[in-house]
Design a protein around this ligand. Structure first.
Ligand code: COA
Length: 343
């Protein structure tokens, strides 16, 4: 086994060699593999980004081929005590210590980058009984499960009459709110309020035992995210609810990439606490799916992830017809003795 090496993500061939191993290993065994498409990940790895630094690492077998691959995500603008990582090892060389070598390297990078909380995701088949390889591996590295979500899917298109019926049912209770939708670029008159909603999102969505602080969003960050989406050939459909006083009460966002045919991803949905109880969650989602279907009437599968304890969101998703396909667990490891309060 080689010593883990940093891969230069700006070197196209080196990135491709790394991606070929990483994408297959990380999506291994999943009924609905949803790892990022090659070009989406390449863009996020190579574009200047003021909010995230990204690293990729590899460990090689005796023949010099990549055996294990790791992606490391370093938040720069908020949550700067955290470090995110995903490790994947080629199926034919598992249980030989490649994963552990990358895990040890991760601890070292965390110390070098002055990070004290490591986070990773483990995808678990919905019917898995005992610990899976991913869970056993994360445990062996000293991680503990901290947040439990369910990955659900919905086949589109839904009949327009179904979406219109759900929208009408919701509208009975949110007639005081105006729904506005856009594609790709947030209108200038809403961008500050939209940034405020995004800043609220992480703390309002259930996070279990995860150590996490609010993200800091402003117009510059919204515009950078939109520019990155464009570079990744992603398109977004967003619907917001404008309250009677002109503030934003909630939003929902669907995203698809031209590099990832057939899939749509549900990004954030949030109704601000002061505006809950008006069926805005259902109203926003029914409208937004209608907007998407207007542009894309072809068959697509929508993917969404929600905390198991998020009963309101799960009830809305059930009304739309989402069904569970996978458990998505967020695992966490503390390094040293520091706590969030000390950051
Ligand atoms: C999880 C994964 C990365 C492990 O890679 P690996 O190179 O086989 O792991 P290692 O050989 O370094 O194993 C380290 C320890 O993890 C545990 N472990 C790993 N795989 C295991 C398995 N299938 N069953 C039980 N324990 C396991 C063991 O404690 C092992 O130590 P041991 O072999 O001395 O008993 C690999 O199975 C994989 O790529 N899975 C798909 C992607 C994934 O789930 N990634 C985890 C999210 S970051």
């Amino acid at each position: 086994m080689s010593t883990p090496e940093r891969v230069d993500q700006h070197d196209g061939r080196a990135f491709d060699e790394w991606y070929d191993v990483f994408s297959v290993a990380a999506d291994d065994g999943r009924q609905y593999p949803v790892g990022w498409a090659r070009e989406e990940l390449r863009v996020s790895m190579t574009r200047d980004d003021a909010y995230w630094a990204r690293e990729i690492w590899a460990v090689r077998d005796e023949a010099g081929a990549i055996a294990g691959a790791m992606q490391v995500d370093v938040p720069l603008a908020d949550n700067t005590f955290r470090l995110g990582a995903v490790i994947g090892v080629r199926a034919d060389v598992r249980r030989r210590g490649y994963g552990r070598a990358l895990g040890q390297l991760l601890d070292q990078r965390a110390a070098e980058l002055d990070r004290s909380v490591l986070v990773s995701q483990v995808e678990v088949p919905i019917e898995a009984a005992g610990p899976t390889a991913g869970q056993a591996f994360a445990t062996s590295l000293g991680f503990a499960a901290a947040n439990f979500e369910v990955h659900r899917v919905l086949e589109l298109p839904l009949a327009d009459a179904v979406l219109d019926g759900l929208a009408a049912e919701a509208a009975e209770r949110h007639s005081a709110y105006e729904l506005r939708s856009w594609r790709d670029r947030c209108p200038d008159d809403l961008v500050d309020a939209f940034a405020a909603l995004q800043s609220m999102f992480v703390l309002e969505a259930p996070q279990g035992e995860l150590e996490v602080e609010a993200e800091r969003w402003d117009e510059a960050r919204i515009r950078q995210a939109e520019a990155q989406n464009a570079a990744q050939a992603r398109h977004s459909w967003t619907t917001v609810a404008v309250a009677p006083d002109g503030t934003l009460a909630g939003h929902t966002e669907l995203v698809r990439s031209e590099h990832d045919a057939g899939k749509v991803f549900q990004w954030g949905t949030l109704v601000a606490p002061a505006h809950r109880g008006h069926r805005l969650g259902l109203g926003l989602k029914a409208r937004n799916h209608r907007e998407l279907q207007h542009d894309h009437p072809e068959p697509l599968v929508v993917h969404t992830w929600n905390g198991e304890q998020n009963t309101a969101m799960n009830a809305v998703n059930a009304q739309l017809g989402f069904r569970p396909v996978e458990r998505h667990e967020e695992w966490q490891k503390f390094l040293g003795e520091r706590t969030l309060a000390e950051h």
